[in-house]
Design a binder for this molecule. Structure first.
Ligand code: F58
Length: 825
């Protein structure tokens, strides 16, 4: 793909000029941060041309557009990724080298935008990349949080949170678009008016409002000149705080509006798989949803006029229930502003909105107290009442006399607004994110809805972008893949990876493959040395678990097993043992006490083991501070083993599992989420599977759980490890530090069953899988083959495949092509 701005001389000149105009400096005097800015602005100029060309093409072709509505977009750094997708990475690297600048150092200057918690937010970012790459018109719609996911520091083994002021040096890639601002209203009351024709009008009065100001981010497609837009909203007070309002007695109002604007976009709620239910969060939701839908309608009407045709050109995908007020907001606009009747408005709305579910964890299901909801969003609440009234009527008609059904399915029940129910009733599609997850939704969690409207339910197994997680994260492997396949087609068609199977029996190729892994392990070892001060041996097995910290993800199982291994090594110093490095990375939500105890435990175990000379470095434990997209890229590339050990049925899909697989790390995991499909692709012999099945877990849960004492009393190794939580071994003699963890494993506590996540139940089977993995690793050739097989079989897990399925089954978008010859640079 050609872009004249990446001609070396042109690019170098642009960088030099940028350093001058931005900082009044010569390149030689500029700081790395200033160079990052100067380089990024030069890249942005190249992007802008394609961004304009894309808008023109869309204007001409008038394709149907998806609005991907999400509270979170976990983008990661943009510079490297943009260069890759502009197919200019290597040229720019060279051009900068000639100027004495190292691109890697420059890339490291970019703050890592973390407008998301974990899987759900990162999925949204991968989807935008794939939409642009496949040539589909799309907008990401979200919030421009002033502070993203907190920075994690580890102090004395404990997690400490520091604010993530990611915008402090400005952001070269964003574009402020005040001309597209929209007003968003909260609170007040609704006055009913009748006009001369007898028609009813609903007027909101005494409300507070804020101005939503959009910031646009370019989303660069790979090698196709398409640049889509991520539009995230900032909030500003409607009237800037003015002194004269003091005189008018509006002082309080003026201050309030300022505060409202400031608070709404201040910070991302740092919860993963848990809903806090705070009023401010609902404000955030309505804020970005209302602004986005208003903007979409304005754009549509400008071009098409006739609002009844909206479903032909627009679809709103709701990333989990967080944007579900979209349904009612669209109804509000159609009813109150477009003056449509209820049936017509409902017909349009239910053809435009679709919903993705990402979890079955009860604590993540969104429910809002009616009093809070109706006070904050009075008109939206009225509309939901009417949606609910009509829906309940339908349930009664279909299941006469079955008031149980009504109770289970109503949107408004027990003083709550149930957002998932609203999303299902109003959505034309409801999808899960992996086969197993969708089956559980259909047969357990959402069974009543599935029975009533089976046609809405479908599965879309998640995927990841190979542009970031292979090309950018692992350039050595990316080049090797291209060489072995003799083509770069895998970059936009990951199914081509299966061509690597030809090399499975080629000793030389396997050696090269493992040499690349080794170099990546050295790169990670250097990072760990620099950031943790711990020496790890790149020849040891890198066994990695990186993801958010949550009990269901069972980092506790992993660290208990490390404690068990340590006991074994101490007791049988002669036993055969391949050196292992256990690597963890995880943030805990700030208020999630038990998750924080687990982080402390991991660090305490690391302290004891890493400082025990008697074990000759056979075992090391590392907790990588501040796990985020940028260091994740180093970690996936360097992993030997991918730990995916959630309690079966709890992890909807997982996407980290796919990133490890792509980079040649076999899965050690349960039959949960997309692990099931990974095993389908790679074969059971190329993974290390253990533990209860989802059916078994669900069965235990429905029958009151199991008794962990049966295991504790009969398995001395397990008992010893559990007892070590309360005998001071890992707490400098303090017997209380981990008492809560100990209790969580053995005793029922309030509503929570003992060992809710089946850690002791799965322990033996986990230890066995670990032992099998170690045995397999000892056989170098066999291991290399297994690792390569994983890379070769990752084709299904591209987000490109996922997006194509969304397009075919749900969105029905039109494919857009930009003809390079027609570009006017
Ligand atoms: C994750 N959910 C799932 N939620 O846990 C994971 O299995 C799946 O692969 C991924 O979505 C993508 O489908 C998740 O990350 C959140 O973080 C929410 C954030 C907002 C509050 C509720 C949880």
């Amino acid at each position: 793909m050609y872009n004249p701005r990446f001609e070396k001389d042109v690019f170098k000149r642009d960088v030099r000029n940028n350093v001058k105009t931005l900082f009044r400096k010569e390149v030689e005097e500029a700081t790395p941060q200033q160079l990052f800015q100067a380089v990024s602005y030069a890249v942005k100029e190249a992007i802008i041309d394609d961004w304009l060309a894309t808008q023109k093409q869309y204007e001409k072709d008038d394709p149907k557009t998806v609005y991907y509505m999400s509270m979170e977009f976990l983008l990661g750094r943009a510079l490297g990724n943009n260069l890759i997708n502009m197919t200019a990475y290597k040229e720019v690297k060279e051009a900068l080298e000639e100027m004495g600048i190292d691109l890697n150092v420059i890339e490291d200057q970019e703050p890592d935008p973390a407008l998301g918690n974990g899987g759900l937010g990162r999925l949204a970012a991968c989807f935008l990349d794939s939409l642009a790459t496949l040539g589909y018109a799309s907008y990401g719609c979200g919030i421009r949080y002033r502070y993203g996911m907190f920075k994690q520091k580890i102090r004395d083994g404990y997690q400490v949170e520091a604010p993530d002021n990611w915008l402090k040096d400005g952001n070269p890639f964003e574009l402020r678009r005040p001309e597209y601002a929209k007003e968003v209203r909260f609170g007040g009351n609704i006055r009913v008016e009748y006009d001369e024709t007898g028609k009813t009008h609903f007027v909101q009065e005494n409300y507070e409002s804020v101005m939503a100001i959009p910031y646009d981010y370019p989303i660069v497609g790979y090698g196709n000149h398409i640049v889509n837009t991520l539009r995230i909203w900032d909030a500003e007070a409607i009237v800037d705080f003015q002194l004269d309002s003091f005189d008018r007695g509006d002082y309080h109002k003026a201050v309030e509006q300022e505060n409202l604007a400031k608070n709404i976009v201040e910070v991302l709620y740092p919860n993963d798989n848990h809903i806090a239910g705070k009023e401010l969060r609902l404000k955030q939701q309505y804020f970005f949803v209302s602004a986005s839908i208003q903007a979409a309608i304005t754009k549509f009407k400008k071009k098409h006029g006739d609002i009844s045709k909206l479903p032909e050109k627009v679809t709103f995908q709701m990333n989990d229930t967080h944007p579900t007020v979209a349904v009612a907001e669209l109804m509000r606009i159609l009813l109150d502003e477009e003056n449509l009747g209820w049936n017509e408005a409902w017909d349009i709305t239910t053809k435009c909105c679709a919903y993705t579910n990402h979890t079955i964890m009860a604590e993540a299901l969104e429910k809002w107290p009616i009093n809070l909801f109706s006070r904050l969003l009075p008109r939206i609440y009225q509309i939901i009442q009417e949606i609910d009234r009509r829906f309940v009527e339908q349930v009664r008609a279909q299941y006469p006399g079955n008031e149980e059904k009504v109770k289970k399915m109503a949107i408004l029940m027990d003083g709550q607004v149930k957002m998932a129910h609203l999303a299902i009733v109003a959505g034309y599609s409801v999808n899960g994110v992996a086969k197993l997850h969708t089956e559980i939704l259909k047969n357990q969690e959402l069974k009543d809805f599935y029975q009533m409207m089976p046609e809405k339910f479908n599965n879309k197994t998640n995927g990841i972008t190979q542009r970031r997680f292979l090309m950018h994260a692992n350039p050595l492997l990316a080049d090797w893949v291209t060489e072995k396949l003799g083509t770069k087609e895998w970059i936009t068609d990951l199914s081509k990876m299966s061509g690597l199977k030809e090399w499975l029996d080629d000793e030389e190729a396997l050696k090269e493959f493992m040499t690349i892994k080794f170099k990546n392990k050295e790169r990670l070892a250097a990072y760990i040395k620099e950031h943790n001060g711990v020496e790890v041996d790149p020849r040891s097995i890198f066994d990695v678990q990186v993801k958010r910290l949550h009990e269901y993800k069972r980092q506790l199982l992993n660290i208990l097993h490390v404690m068990y291994l340590y006991n074994q090594i101490k007791e049988h110093p002669e036993m055969s043992f391949y050196p292992k490095t256990y690597i963890f990375g995880a943030k805990a939500s700030a208020g999630y006490i038990r998750a924080k105890e687990i982080i402390k435990l991991i660090n305490s175990v690391a302290d004891v083991i890493n400082n025990d000379r008697s074990i000759n470095g056979k075992l090391k434990v590392v907790f990588i501070e501040d796990y985020r997209v940028s260091n994740a890229e180093l970690i996936f590339a360097a992993a030997d083993i991918s730990e995916q050990i959630s309690t079966a049925s709890k992890e909807a899909s997982g996407t980290g599992n796919m990133k490890f697989m792509m980079n040649g790390a076999p899965t050690l995991g349960t039959m949960d989420g997309a692990n099931v499909e990974i095993v389908d692709e790679v074969g059971i012999d190329n993974a290390f599977i253990f533990g209860l099945s989802a059916d078994e877990v669900i069965n235990y849960e429905q029958n009151g759980g199991y008794n962990p004492y049966d295991i504790y009393n009969n398995d001395p190794d397990i008992r010893r490890v559990v007892d070590q939580l309360v005998d001071g071994t890992y707490a400098n003699g303090d017997k209380e530090m981990y008492r809560d963890l100990y209790n969580s494993l053995l005793n029922n506590q309030g509503g929570a069953r003992a060992d809710m996540y089946f850690i002791l139940k799965d322990f033996r089977s986990y230890a066995d899988a670990q032992a099998r993995a170690m045995e397999a690793y000892k056989d170098t050739d066999k291991w290399a083959k297994m690792a390569l097989k994983n890379t070769a079989c990752c084709g299904k897990f591209s987000a490109d495949r996922t997006i194509q399925e969304y397009v075919d089954d749900i969105w029905h978008l039109d494919h857009v092509v930009i003809n390079e010859d027609e570009l006017e640079y």
